[in-house]
Design a protein around this ligand. Structure first.
Ligand code: PLP
Ligand code: 3DJ
Length: 444
């Protein structure tokens, strides 16, 4: 799919009129100017311009209705809702019921994915299951600028195995003066250090730069070198198409509150490739991994459900499963991740084109910004990261945007992340945000 070179000169109204997904915006609640703390001069009850799905996706009406449904069932049936549910969502199998909808979003078989726990806890679970350092093969290959939770997890994993993180964790940085980590450099490290690397784990889409890694290539290289390859898909799931099974990824973890719109702290997700089904059993068993027919008979011995489902430990919250289900249903009716990605490439391409035309983009002196996200649409997802200078400008711009009802988020000290989301953002949103940015910067 190509981004037309003149996209930014087209009318946003026309682009919106041609957008096959335009009606899905009405399926979501859009935060209002008043509620997000925009200027009192703006109509308080009008939607703000929300470009922050990279942080927290919006509430859909379907999720709201499904959560309310679960509250009603809880209120009216109590514990009985586990086994007898008026809408066929018996809590005893609710998590498993989401897997067929989740599987196409990450390119997996249903039995390879499960909604459970939270991202960091699942990352530790997967490291506990797959990181078995030996004297020869003990290193963890990751990004130096990975999301802090991942860095803490890798360090603490090394320490838990009696290793020194300084030698056990290879944390790769971009080259001097660059923002994106070059894939060729990752492949180089894997080729050179492969025999000493136990686990390779990068993020599918980098949280700070928005860079999309070539997961297929990195997985292939890691597997060729005999490593375990895992992915943190926090910013990739529901954002870009993924083929975990076909790429031969060993495991992956994700959260669902960003592009999968499940709500703050929503349930996490886990993938374990079926190639492991006959090789290993879940190492840290819990009753929810017990095979379905006997889970409630509480047998003495643990017989896990085959595949990822056997990695479940606890009874998941029906409320966060319901909110995720609402969003998964919307993805399905929108035509799946391929359909949302097609619009996303155009929407973010439009944002990039408008930003590059701005008089503050890559200017020689004075307040300015550079786009540190790769320009190739296939090396990024929905998000663009703008690096502002001189220091101090970013916070003023962020405040100015918020005052004008445009919501992005900041990563200290100097980056603003903007993410138009294909299910609920319009080309008009994008145009408005860039117009406001220009105005705010002109007034600095
Ligand atoms: C890339 C990445 N990894 C890990 C996390 C941590 O997720 P959680 O708080 O759900 O464990 C986040 C977001 O907070 C993230 O963006
Ligand atoms: N931006 C956030 C916020 O304002 C509050 C809570 C969380 C966030 C986040 O975006 C965290 C997230 N994982 C990140 O990509 O930085």
């Amino acid at each position: 799919m190509e981004v037309p070179s003149d996209l930014q000169s087209q009318s946003p109204e026309l682009l919106d009129a041609r957008d096959a997904l335009r009606n899905f915006r009405d399926e979501f609640y859009l935060p209002t100017n008043g509620a997000v703390g925009a200027s009192k001069d703006l109509p308080a009850d009008q939607p703000c311009t929300y470009l922050c799905g990279n942080s927290l996706g919006l509430l859909s009406k379907q999720s709201e209705s499904l959560v309310q449904g679960e509250l009603k069932v809880w209120g009216s049936r109590g514990v009985v809702g586990h086994f007898n549910h008026p809408y066929g969502r018996e809590w005893v199998e609710f998590g498993e019921k989401l897997s067929p909808l989740l599987a196409p979003i990450v390119g997996a078989h249903s039995s390879e994915v499960i909604s459970m726990s939270t991202l960091t806890a699942n990352l530790h679970l997967m490291m506990n299951a797959f990181y078995h350092p030996t004297a020869e093969r003990f290193k963890i290959l990751c990004e130096a600028r990975a999301f802090p939770s991942d860095r803490y997890a890798f360090h603490s994993q090394a320490i838990a195995h009696g290793l020194d993180p300084k030698t056990a964790v290879i944390a790769m940085s971009p080259r001097e003066g660059e923002y994106a980590l070059r894939e060729e450099d990752i492949l180089d490290v894997i080729a050179k250090e492969g025999p000493s690397i136990a686990v390779v784990c990068f993020s599918g889409v980098q949280y700070y730069t928005g860079q999309l890694f070539n997961m297929q290539k990195i997985t292939h290289a890691g597997k060729h070198a005999g490593c375990i390859v895992g992915w943190d898909l926090a910013h990739a799931v529901g954002n870009v198409p993924i083929s975990l099974h076909d790429w031969g990824v060993d495991w992956a973890v994700w959260c669902t509150y960003k592009y999968l719109n499940s709500g703050a702290g929503g349930i996490g997700g886990l993938f374990v490739h079926s190639k492991w089904d006959h090789i290993k059993k879940p190492d840290y068993a819990g009753w929810w991994g017990q095979e379905l027919s006997t889970r409630f008979q509480m047998p003495e011995d643990f017989t896990p459900i085959p595949g990822a489902w056997g990695y479940q430990q606890s009874n998941p919250s029906c409320l966060t499963l319901a909110s995720l289900l609402g969003s998964l249903e919307i993805f399905q009716s929108a035509g799946g991740i391929q359909a949302t990605r097609s619009k996303s490439i155009l929407l973010t391409g439009y944002l990039e084109g408008l930003l590059r035309d701005s008089s503050f983009c890559e200017k020689a002196d004075g307040p300015k910004f550079v786009i540190i996200t790769p320009s190739d649409p296939y090396r990024r997802g929905a998000q663009l990261s703008l690096l502002f200078s001189p220091l101090g400008v970013m916070q003023k711009v962020l405040d100015g945007l918020k005052n004008a009802g445009v919501i992005g988020d900041e990563r200290e000290p100097d980056v603003i992340r903007l993410s138009p989301v294909p299910l609920y953002n319009t080309f008009a949103d994008v145009k408005h945000a860039v117009d406001v940015l220009e105005e705010v910067m002109r007034a600095l």
